[in-house]
Design a protein around this ligand. Structure first.
Ligand SMILES: *Cc1c(COP(=O)(O)O)cnc(C)c1O
Ligand SMILES: [Zn+2]
Length: 420
């Protein structure tokens, strides 16, 4: 990369714009504002074009000038560039004209969008010389830290609430990481991680490395715009836990406009949560910018169950600024959303995907998303990781002996509909 004039220059406080060196720090000393990566956009504009990006390998690192590392990436070099699928059958049942699924259920290597953030955080952790990396997680982040650390030969500790889905726990343990289950909610896990990070000097991807980690989420937005033919969708619906992904998709769209890769166009970013833990959508619906913590989240959507969302305020600002809305849905609606997505697009999403589909449905039905405008749904994790959420809601196989007669008896009543 360009050593004389680096694209990624410093960290910057989101509140007071004070500049900081690009180290493992995440909070402004003066006002406790979050630190964010700052770039030299003129240098980026001079270095990239649609043609240059298009020629590069199909991974999230094709946008490397917009990512906060100094050298070439060393962790997760294959991550990203997941399919953007035009979903016409799903569009028809939802009663809209132009609908796409950004399908991060097939992100590499751990089947959620968290592989994007971890790729950046661990590449930066190595540049900063960390030997031990760690995270506070609702499941997917732990899976991705464990897998990517294993591949990179870093030691890892992942801290999770004790009540996570089986596949998310196993999906960390299998990599030989240190899984620490905490008897408490995510907020308590996160607070403990802040104490550990301060005391042991480990690289916590979403604590002291958060400014780097968070930037990885932008690549989902970059890809959406490029895959739409270098255009913005009029509406993007994003699931919210801390609210970070939503703010970074917005940042991605703005950066592409700012550097001339996209034409200026109106776009709205909408947020989706589960009603059992919906502090951001509650505030948004009340017209408030004050996010009231949810002390005891109660929902099957564990991946989004963050009661005190770190970026909630900024997510609200983005939704307001772009003319977006927030919605939340019950666990029953989440299950119906998972099934609708599967049956009409062939994509099996985890509970957060059910949230996104069900909230989009509500926003369409209430007229907040007009039926004739383009819509992208961000589907962020794979359904096999949360299979207990839909087990018992999808019917059962019909059991027969290995006999043609039994088979024919079974389908006799269905033949006329099959040939119709
Ligand atoms: C982490 C996560 C999100 C969003 O998280 P933010 O903290 O809001 O960035 C969305 N979906 C899934 C499946 C996740 O694991
Ligand atoms: Zn500050």
């Amino acid at each position: 990369m360009n050593a004389d004039r680096p694209f990624f220059s410093q960290l910057k406080c989101r509140e007071c714009s004070r500049l900081y060196p690009k180290e493992a720090i995440h909070i402004c000393e003066f006002d406790f504002g979050p630190l964010e990566a700052a770039y030299d956009y003129d240098a980026i504009k001079a270095a990239v074009s649609r043609e240059i990006i298009t020629r590069r390998p199909q991974t999230m690192w094709r946008y490397r000038e917009f990512l906060p590392i100094d050298g070439a990436p060393t962790v997760g070099t294959q991550v990203g560039f997941t399919p953007l699928v035009r979903a016409d059958r799903l569009a028809r049942v939802l009663g809209v004209e132009e609908l796409y699924i950004k399908n991060d259920t097939v992100n590499y290597p751990t089947l959620s969008f968290k592989d994007r953030v971890v790729s950046v955080a661990l590449s930066r952790a190595r540049e900063l010389g960390f030997k031990v990396v760690a995270c506070a997680s609702t499941g997917n982040l732990a899976n991705s830290v464990a897998a990517n650390a294993a591949a990179a030969g870093l030691q890892s500790y992942v801290l999770i609430p004790a009540d996570l889905e089986q596949s998310k726990v196993l999906g960390s343990l299998v990599y030989g990481t240190n899984v620490i289950a905490i008897q408490g909610a995510y907020d308590q896990v996160n607070r403990l991680c802040s104490e550990i990070a301060g005391k042991y000097g480990w690289g916590f991807v979403n604590v002291n490395l958060r400014p780097y980690y968070a930037e990885g989420s932008k690549t989902m937005g970059f890809e959406i715009a490029e895959q739409l033919g270098w255009k913005l969708p009029r509406h993007t619906v994003v699931p919210m836990a801390s609210g970070s992904l939503l703010t970074k998709i917005h940042k991605a769209y703005k950066e592409f406009i700012h550097t001339g890769l996209l034409d200026q166009a109106p776009f709205a970013v909408h947020g989706a949560q589960a009603s059992g833990c919906s502090p951001i959508s509650e505030a948004m619906k009340k017209g408030s910018e004050i996010v009231k913590p949810v002390p005891k989240p109660d929902t099957i959507v564990k991946s989004l169950a963050i009661g005190t969302p770190a970026d909630g305020y900024y997510a609200i600002r983005v939704m307001k600024e772009t003319g977006g809305y927030a919605e939340d849905v019950t666990d029953e609606e989440v299950i119906a959303g998972i099934k609708m997505l599967a049956e009409y697009s062939g994509i099996f999403a985890e509970t957060a995907g059910g949230v996104t589909v069900a909230c989009a449905k509500k926003l369409i039905e209430s007229g907040k998303i007009p039926r004739n405008e383009s819509i992208v749904l961000c589907i962020t994790g794979h359904g096999l990781k949360t299979s207990e959420a839909v087990a018992g809601h999808c019917g059962k196989p019909r059991l027969i002996k290995p006999s043609l007669r039994e088979f024919e008896a079974l389908i006799a009543g269905e033949l006329s509909t099959l040939n119709a």
